[in-house]
Design a binder for this molecule. Structure first.
Ligand code: PLP
Length: 368
């Protein structure tokens, strides 16, 4: 949908694009300053070690201690071109083709694409409101589970009890986990708890992914990292070396400055206000159920009262009202739509919501 929206814009058509969430915030000033200082030194920007410069990894280990209550050494950290590269490399290292991997649906489309690329066998499990031992008892055996905490697109923030139930299940089945914590700083309600802080993460085989993309509005900087047991990091490094080597030296400076900065409070306050605005407007519409997410840059709306054909819904909405949303089909859950609400100015956000309301009201009237 994002590509379609871009194509329409290239044809000179005006489109409001809620299909992805690209922040309207620029990177924090400290990040820009760090990169500028790096350039001003006028020394050659070197190849760093493949897993990232040692001072960066030391600082990231300190961030993990400070913010996530995780004890880690620099050799257990690898800097990557965003969480996506870390995800691919972690799955490549921890699995063999055909292995079963459990993923909650709805899911980030990149999980599905990566599992397909690696010839893995995805097992999609509906995301429960609360994950319990009784749920887990019904899961099939698997080599690995992917946990996105906080969760895109629902905004679910997993509790200590849920994480404990999951680590019990992992221990019972000898399953590893890749935990994507890319939204760790976008929490409106509740508290983010890293799975790795709740267990002996090395023994449990937990790989945790972090990204500056969403936490600091730095999507294009490609700044992320993974925390994994040292042998897993070494294997990820072996894979990363011939493909991209380390992330660009300037992105490493940016990564360092971003994660040194803690949560971006002004950004979070802005997102919260927008979330409340949009959820409030949708609350008045009888054909959509849009819960207020506890975290993240997305709204996840149930339109099954209106239609299960959410691809058709999204296509007609784009044609008729020039608003792009992501059909839930792309996230493994038809009948829902996802809206990224952090990209435009507030007037455009209001206008986009108005158009969706006009479109949905007309559809509801036609089907009644
Ligand atoms: N993980 C999830 C679940 C996401 O939705 C996103 C981006 O939107 C990311 C990670 C960020 O990936 P990257 O760091 O490669 O930009």
């Amino acid at each position: 949908m994002h590509g379609r929206a871009e194509n329409l814009r290239a044809e000179g058509k005006e489109v409001i694009d809620f299909s992805i969430a690209v922040s309207h915030f620029a990177a924090p000033q400290a990040v820009v300053d760090a990169v500028r200082a790096g350039l001003d030194q006028r020394t050659p920007l070197p190849y760093t070690s493949v897993s990232g410069a040692l001072p960066l990894r030391r600082n990231l280990a300190a961030k993990l201690r400070r913010e996530n209550a995780i004890d880690a050494d620099p050799q257990e950290i690898i800097a990557t071109n965003g969480a996506k590269q870390a995800l691919y490399q972690a799955l490549y290292v921890l699995t063999d083709p055909g292995d079963a991997v459990i993923v909650f649906a709805p899911y980030w489309p990149a999980y599905r694409a990566t599992l397909e690329l690696l010839g893995l066998h995805p097992v999609y499990i509906d995301l429960p409101a609360t994950l319990t031992a009784a749920d887990l008892a019904r899961w099939p055996a698997a080599k690995l589970v992917i946990l996105n905490n906080p969760h895109n697109p629902s905004g679910k923030v997993f509790t200590t009890a849920e994480l404990a139930a999951l680590t019990d299940w992992m221990a019972a089945h000898g399953a590893a986990a890749v935990v994507d914590e890319s939204y760790e700083h976008l929490i409106f309600e509740g508290r983010h708890i890293s799975l790795a802080a709740t267990c002996d993460w090395r023994a449990a085989g937990v790989v945790t992914l972090f990204s500056a993309s969403q936490s600091y509005g730095m999507m294009g900087w490609r700044a992320g990292f993974a925390l994994a047991p040292a042998p897993v990091v070494a294997a990820m490094e072996t894979l990363q070396g011939p493909i991209t080597a380390a992330p660009a030296a300037l992105s490493q400076l940016a990564c360092d400055a971003a994660f040194a900065g803690g949560p971006a409070r002004a950004m979070l306050d802005d997102y919260r206000q927008r979330r409340d605005l949009v959820v409030g407007r949708f609350a008045a519409l009888p054909w959509i159920d849009m819960p207020s997410p506890r975290s993240g840059p997305y709204l996840w709306g149930d339109v099954r009262r209106l239609t299960h054909d959410t691809v058709g819904f999204a296509e007609r909405l784009l044609e008729q009202q020039r608003v792009a949303v992501m059909p839930g089909d792309a996230l493994g859950q038809p009948g829902w739509i996802r809206l990224g609400y952090i990209s435009d100015d507030v007037a455009t956000l209001r206008e986009g919501i108005r158009r969706i309301a006009v479109f949905g009201d007309a559809l509801a009237a036609a089907s009644s």
